[in-house]
Design a protein around this ligand. Structure first.
Ligand SMILES: C[S@@+](CC[C@H](N)C(=O)[O-])C[C@H]1O[C@@H](n2cnc3c(N)ncnc32)[C@H](O)[C@@H]1O
Length: 272
């Protein structure tokens, strides 16, 4: 399939999945390759025939939806955000939790990839923040629609490209190395629950001090869907809780119920 054919196909198909084309512009290569592979499985040569196939087989839309789930992630993604989390967000939320008389901080990582994001929070907490709040523990719920992501998390071993942004001494402290991979030590995996969950349909049945929803909803989903998920995320946040979205994302126009904690880093706080 030619690149321009794939673009035209995506511009036609994505809105029907409540996804938005601009979010896919940069990552279309990954998605187009998957669609080509799927067409080969079905012995379909032309993209127009795959369109017809979608017309005749309603179940195929769910397959296409999965092919459109972009899985790129890495540890310590967006260093300034990670530093802000360590310096300001986690200590502030920890103080709030202590004032409320609780003994743990609850975090939800939405679209958690292969664990890179929740494990990064665990590393920041354990290596930089916890010593200031020894009586407090961190509990993380990490959700992702893709079951393969969850399987990957059980061994928690990664290629160098996934951990290269981490401070070098963190890599030495937190990972065991074999010839090819960096495997996260078990003590940094404690307190994290991974669940297969589609954020369009479900969220964990509890409330959180911090929600991370980065490089998913506000990049790939259409605006109405963004708004309805944002409503649910707001309801899942405790008063004064924080929401962090991707550094290149923005909240839909006119959203209420959040104040800016750092506009530049896309960190918000539940208000009102
Ligand atoms: C681009 S990655 C971002 C990972 C991480 N949040 C980050 O910023 O590095 C998007 C992740 O969201 C997951 N995902 C895609 N659609 C989803 C959905 N509807 N519900 C939950 N997770 C989804 C993908 O499997 C993938 O792991």
């Amino acid at each position: 399939m030619r690149g321009d054919e794939c673009i035209r196909f995506l511009q036609w198909a994505l809105p029907q999945l409540r996804l938005r084309w601009p979010g896919f512009r940069k990552v279309r290569g990954q998605v187009c390759k998957r669609i080509s592979r799927r067409m080969a499985e079905l012995s379909i040569d032309e993209i127009s025939d795959y369109r017809d196939y979608l017309g005749a087989h309603q179940d195929e839309w769910a397959v296409l939806d999965k092919l459109c789930q972009v899985t790129i992630s890495r540890f310590y993604r967006d260093r300034p955000v990670c530093r802000f989390l360590a310096r300001e967000v986690l200590p502030d939320l920890a103080r709030q939790v202590l004032q409320q008389g609780a003994d743990y901080l609850r975090v939800w990582s939405v679209g958690c990839g292969s664990g890179e994001e929740p494990f990064t929070i665990s590393l920041i907490w354990r290596l930089q923040v916890h010593s200031q709040f020894p009586g407090l523990s961190l509990r993380l719920v990490a959700t992702d629609a893709n079951p393969v992501m969850r399987q990957h998390v059980t061994d928690a071993c990664y290629a160098y490209s996934s951990v290269k942004d981490l401070p070098a001494d963190w890599r030495d402290t937190a990972f065991c190395r074999d010839a090819r991979r960096y495997c996260l030590k078990p003590e940094f995996r404690d307190g994290i629950e991974f669940m297969q969950q589609d954020v369009r349909q479900l969220n964990p049945a509890e409330t959180f001090d911090l929600v991370l929803c980065r490089n998913l909803v506000f990049t790939y989903f259409e605006e109405d869907l963004q708004r309805s998920i944002l409503d649910r995320m707001r309801a899942a946040l405790k008063p004064g809780g924080a929401l962090i979205i991707g550094i290149h994302e923005r909240l839909p126009e006119g959203v209420v119920g959040f104040s800016e904690w750092s506009a530049r880093l896309r960190v918000y706080r539940k208000s009102g």
